[in-house]
Design a protein around this ligand. Sequence first.
Ligand code: FES
Length: 64
Amino acid sequence: MFVCMCYGITDKQIKKAVETHGVGNTRELRKIMTLGSQCGKCIESAQQIIDNTIMDETLFRDVG
Ligand code: FES
């Protein structure tokens, strides 16, 4: 699913950035990939995906 239409960034790319680079917010994300600097509509959804991914990782760690 595309999160940032302006730069063609998908939710998978964002998840991967969280998992491999430990990205915790959109500011850090923007150091790795370009998004949000065009219309800015994607920033909120990008942050939500970051939060959900971090939460999933935490749950996974608790189980494992
Ligand atoms: S959708 Fe990301 S900057 Fe426009």
